[in-house]
Design a protein around this ligand. Sequence first.
Ligand code: SAH
Length: 233
Amino acid sequence: MRHPISILDGVERMSVAGLSGIGMTSQRTRNRLIQRLRDAGISNEAVLQAMGDIPRHLFVQEALSSRAYEDTALPIGHGQTISQPWVVATMTAALLEHGVPDRVLEIGTGSGYQATVLSKLVPQVYTVERVEELFRSARRVFRAVGARNIRCKKSDGYLGWPENAPFEAIMLTAAPPGIPEALLKQLSIGGRLIAPVGQGQHQRLICVTRTESGFEETDLGGVIFVPMLQGLE
Ligand code: SAH
């Protein structure tokens, strides 16, 4: 009988071809990436552990599997990219800095990798994606890796996910020109939103904390993300 989950078929094919046999996707390879992240200044052990546990090669196209544990962004189709592991680690650590949020909303599911990292660290993850094909393949991968605490839907992230608001944390993995008002409204008091903001080469990673009286912003430095686009595809 055929296995119902095609991504696992892919894994089996890869081992037949010898990819896992020569260690390109092995735990040792994953550990090397974690060591590289440590060397690059990531010190949150829970984040490092989560990333060490996740088979990132399942989130990229098979042809790129051998590069899945390099600390680089990789194409995932539709002109989109899976973020660089260092960026994923930095944003995740920043989001968890003042304690573990109960529920996190991610905008821009893409490959599903960032959502899966979050799913290992927080009780409930919500994620939205505007591109049908990316949404479908991420949903398949969530099933394949057994990430049961992720709810995903196809929708325009500019709207957030009002039915499930407020969120204690919101993470954008595509860059809007400014922080969308609707998302700030869906943040709980004391909650944090982290987002690349700006256009092209001029983006800043911004962390916003909602207080009783308003919003406080910190600038975490320059980044480059794909743009956050309006509407569905
Ligand atoms: N978090 C992803 C990164 C993907 S790149 C990962 O771990 O792989 C950013 C993603 O944001 C792309 O898939 C893109 O289609 C999506 N995106 C861009 N604008 C969006 C919007 N308005 N709503 C939802 N998703 C959006």
